[in-house]
Design a protein around this ligand. Sequence first.
Ligand code: MG
Length: 163
Amino acid sequence: MSYRIGEGIDVHPFREDRPLILGGVRISAQGGLDGHSDADAVLHAVTDAILGALGAGDIGEYFPSTDQRWRGADSRVFITEAIRLMRERGGRLENVDITVLTEIPKLSPHRAAMRENIAAMLEIDTQRVNVKATTTDKLGFLGRREGLCAVAVALLAFDGENA
Ligand code: MG
């Protein structure tokens, strides 16, 4: 048995006229994030964490923002592809830990829903997914409420001939 860890970081600017979707959960109808897809920074960070643990590059290589197919895309498709790659290489997801850095909105009312939704998407037990939120105490672009940052780490296990 061997273990490999991966990290993912994603930042998107706020855009008032879009819905805010994080971890596949619609947090609000307005005050969302700008981006080529649905701009779900949490799912993008988780995707990159899985790809990172696989040594398989980054989300932009698989889903370039210049490709019209991914315009407004549900970011679940990125997760699905990362999981497919992981299984193809004999990996199993042990756990994912996510931190969202933002001043707005307050995420504590949505944490449980995000956690459950992400776990279902990853097909792992809810206990293996953690969602945290913090601020930068008003420092920097996050403090000025210009955007949101999501950070994720994923641990993958490989056994037998894949270890
Ligand atoms: Mg992104």
